[in-house]
Design a protein around this ligand. Structure first.
Ligand code: GCU
Length: 596
């Protein structure tokens, strides 16, 4: 094993970076630690030197500290810091969060401190002691704080830093706002000494009625009885853990209603031991590829998708709540989608579950976005941790159809090796889903008069995503109606990004790209929709993007002002002309596929 990976391994073990975070945290016995936390904005990273995490107060005549959490600035948790004060709009650096924690310990009870998302890296301290560190802005992490908590008052400190680095994921430049902070819910979860840490309950990919069950207890203890009940199916599975605290089993479900877009059926599933009872809602469906088709429950489906960032443009900030999830998913539903590409990182669990309740299939990805240090073994370990944390959190969500490992990465032996490692890591946890990636390598071949793509990595994927901006970054080499594609024709192809910018309400020539007009954007969409009819293995499209979103490198002073204006909907929630073209196209596609 390379020295550097050994370092990572030691770090992971030391900080208890157990990659399997507790499953279905919202179905556990938890207390939210949300609200206003005291903060120290540490622009020059002096907090470590000053040991602010000790949260000392002066005693006696000569004691003094040049910091205090109490009486200083405060920030809402959850929530990015950029949208909470004008001074922090572009802040990249360290902010220390602190809050008291009252605790009463109970025999036989353990306390798991769980962070749903902190961007980008964090160090966690309890009563002045460092108990955890984590890197990755979009996946959950936890630490068992039982042995660190005192009865009465404790003080919790989280050091958060969102500075971009070449070895980060994403790295130095990415087309979205670098929102920093404790951006999602923080929870204290109460569990028994030996608790149900992880389970994976899903329809066997090769069956329409066998439900596979994997359960892992927190302790490697043999002989613990675990029961899984699905009342509506009148099915009960019971098993005893092996010496690793694990159980594998299955249920045969008569008259199973498989989850689908038309009928997003979710079953109550109860997982219990003598000490614990977890209730979860789980859907069961099949998804597979057959030639260039994507079959859901055996039926050929066209993915009517749209992409969106985890952002509420009207609030200029990260989405983090159930209400935010409802708003985003409802806007996607109005377009007529049956899929959403959650770009470009795992989004919060509220969004995933809201999509699932609405029968919307999800493409979920880790932010391996364009320029990543593919030759750096620590970067690979980070990507593996992010992928593992994403899959562990959402593997029981039937809405997830696709795991994607990359977006617009340049072909190279190092990139291929890196992504193959990710595929191996992913399939080692979950081999039931389709694995994919998005590429921006389709070119027009003048000799053949066809659009083609060369990237041998695609042979490792079940589905291939292609981002292509004809009419925006690339001018049409021929009339759209004559634009024929011959791209990875033996697999399903999803156009995972296409589109162009328009300022809502801006009229202009449908022939002039720089008009930033709704008219030009609508014409661009019409041309692309025409071309899509000539892609023989097209299995879906996902316009980029549902809403205008913030980006630090969209400089145009009147047309952009720090916004990427490719939204079908403006940052004020106004639908542009292209939105209606897309809505009609999806209505047509829906009827086409219903007929089949
Ligand atoms: C790329 C990238 C997106 C980006 C888009 C654009 O394809 O995947 O993240 O926002 O292009 O340029 O608008």
């Amino acid at each position: 094993m390379k020295r550097i990976s050994l370092t990572i391994l030691i770090l992971l073990i030391y900080f208890g970076n157990s990659l399997a975070a507790i499953t279905n945290v919202y179905g556990r016995d938890y207390q939210l630690l949300n609200g206003l936390w005291d903060v120290i904005v540490d622009q020059y990273d002096q907090g470590q030197r000053m040991k602010v995490y000790e949260n000392k107060s002066p005693e006696g005549l000569t004691d003094f500290y040049e910091y205090s959490f109490k009486g200083g600035e405060r920030l809402h948790v959850p929530g990015d810091w950029n949208s909470q004060s004008p001074e922090l709009k572009r802040y990249e650096g360290t902010i220390w969060y602190g809050r008291p924690l009252n605790h009463v310990s109970k025999p036989g009870e353990r306390n798991i401190l769980y962070f749903n998302g902190v961007n980008y890296r964090s160090n966690v301290y309890l009563n002045g002691e460092k108990i955890k560190e984590h890197e990755g802005g979009f996946t959950p992490f936890e630490v068992d704080v039982t042995d660190y908590l005192k009865n009465g008052e404790n003080f919790l400190v989280v050091e958060v830093n969102n500075t971009r680095t070449p070895q980060s994921i994403p790295a130095m430049a990415f087309d979205w706002w670098n929102y920093g902070g404790i951006t999602r819910d923080v929870m204290m979860v109460k569990v028994p000494e030996n608790y149900i840490e992880d389970y994976f309950i899903r329809l066997n990919p090769q069956s329409t009625d066998i439900i596979d069950i994997d359960i892992k207890m927190s302790q490697p203890q043999e002989g613990i009885e675990v029961k899984v009940t699905i009342p509506e199916l009148n099915q009960v599975f019971q098993g005893m853990t092996d010496e690793n605290g694990k159980i594998k089993g299955e249920l045969k479900a008569k008259k199973l209603q498989r989850w689908s877009h038309e009928n997003p059926k979710l079953y109550e599933v109860i997982v219990e031991t003598s000490d614990e009872r977890i209730v979860e809602e789980i859907g069961f469906r099949n998804i597979e590829v057959k030639g260039s088709q994507i079959l859901v429950n055996g039926e050929d489906q066209f993915m009517r998708s749209v992409s969106f960032h985890e952002e509420i443009p009207q609030r200029l900030g990260r989405a983090f709540s159930q209400n935010d999830a409802v708003m985003l998913i409802n806007e996607a539903k109005d377009l007529g989608v049956n899929m959403v590409r959650l770009a470009h990182y795992p989004q919060n669990e509220y969004i995933v579950r809201e999509a699932e309740r609405n029968g919307i299939l999800l493409w979920e990805e880790i932010p391996v976005w364009q320029g990543i240090e593919f030759t750096d073994s620590m970067t690979l370990e980070k990507a593996k941790v992010m992928l593992t944390e994403m899959i562990n959190r959402d593997k029981n969500r039937c809405a997830i159809g696709f795991w994607s490992v990359a977006n617009e990465t340049k072909p190279s032996p190092a990139r291929n090796a890196f992504l193959k490692e990710l595929l191996k890591t992913g399939k080692g946890i979950d081999s039931t889903r389709l694995y994919t990636a998005a590429f921006d390598l389709v070119e027009f071949d003048e000799d053949k008069g066809l659009f083609t793509m060369e990237d041998d990595f695609t042979e490792n994927l079940d589905v291939v995503g292609v981002n292509k901006y004809l009419g925006w970054y690339h001018q049409w080499p021929l009339d759209p109606k004559n634009a024929v594609w011959e791209v990875i024709t033996d697999k399903p192809l999803i156009i995972t990004e296409f589109g162009g910018e328009a300022l809502y309400g801006q009229a202009g020539s449908r022939d002039v790209v720089s008009s930033w007009s709704e008219d030009y954007q609508a014409r661009l969409y019409a041309d692309n929709l025409t071309m899509f009819e000539n892609i023989p293995n097209l299995a879906g499209v996902s316009p980029w993007v549902l809403y205008d979103f913030r980006s630090p490198y969209r400089f145009h002073p009147t047309n952009q002002e720090g916004w990427n204006r490719k939204g079908l909907v403006s940052d004020k929630g106004q639908r542009k002309k292209a939105w209606y073209l897309m809505r009609d196209y999806y209505e047509k596609k829906k009827n086409e596929y219903r007929v089949k």
